[in-house]
Design a binder for this molecule. Structure first.
Ligand SMILES: [Fe+2]
Ligand SMILES: [Fe+2]
Length: 175
């Protein structure tokens, strides 16, 4: 399906990322793997999405790069890395916001990015535990915690995140 050599890609990423971003990427890969294993996702898709999700993240930059770096990375993955799988590209594109109708891979990357072992904020252990039990509940609770954080900092949630929360509420009610 993909002909990207993992060792060559690791070399590219070591050269491309700061030490901090490389560590975060490895942590994201680790948790994404655990979630992928638990919920039956293709490990190759999990790997590519996790390794490249922050390819366009600029350290210490403001809100704009924060909101745009997922979409920028998805574009580069398609153009420069030749990755055409829509699910991988969507997972990267929406990894900071989520969206209505997120796929299993999209939820896995969103959760792994937010809850990876290098994250240390107050609620992270509880959220990780929920995520490893139930993808939908984990994504819902993690987005809720993001909403509370943004509200406290004086930021608004993006429309995609608001829609993701509404959708997850519907999904959880149906269970
Ligand atoms: Fe990111
Ligand atoms: Fe990230």
């Amino acid at each position: 399906m993909f002909d990207i050599d993992p060792d060559a890609l690791d070399g590219v990423l070591r050269a491309h990322f700061s030490a901090h971003r490389y560590e975060h990427t490895q942590g994201t890969l680790e948790l994404a793997f655990e979630l992928g294993d638990r919920f039956g996702e293709d490990p190759q898709k999990v790997t590519l999405a996790a390794l490249l999700h922050d390819y366009c993240k600029i350290e210490g930059s403001g809100e704009e790069n924060n909101l745009l770096h997922g979409g920028m990375a998805a574009d580069i993955m398609e153009r420069e890395f030749g990755i055409t799988d829509a699910d991988i590209l969507n997972a990267v594109r929406y990894h900071t916001t989520g969206r209505r109708g997120m796929s299993r891979l999209e939820m896995i990357l969103f959760l792994a990015d937010t809850l990876e072992p290098g994250r240390t904020y107050a609620d992270v252990d509880r959220l990780r535990e929920i995520a490893l039990r139930d993808l939908y509940a984990g994504t819902y609770e993690t987005l809720r915690s993001l909403e509370i954080y943004l509200d406290r900092e004086g930021f608004l949630m993006t429309p995609d995140s608001i829609e993701a929360l509404a959708w997850l509420e519907e999904m959880i009610m149906e269970e």
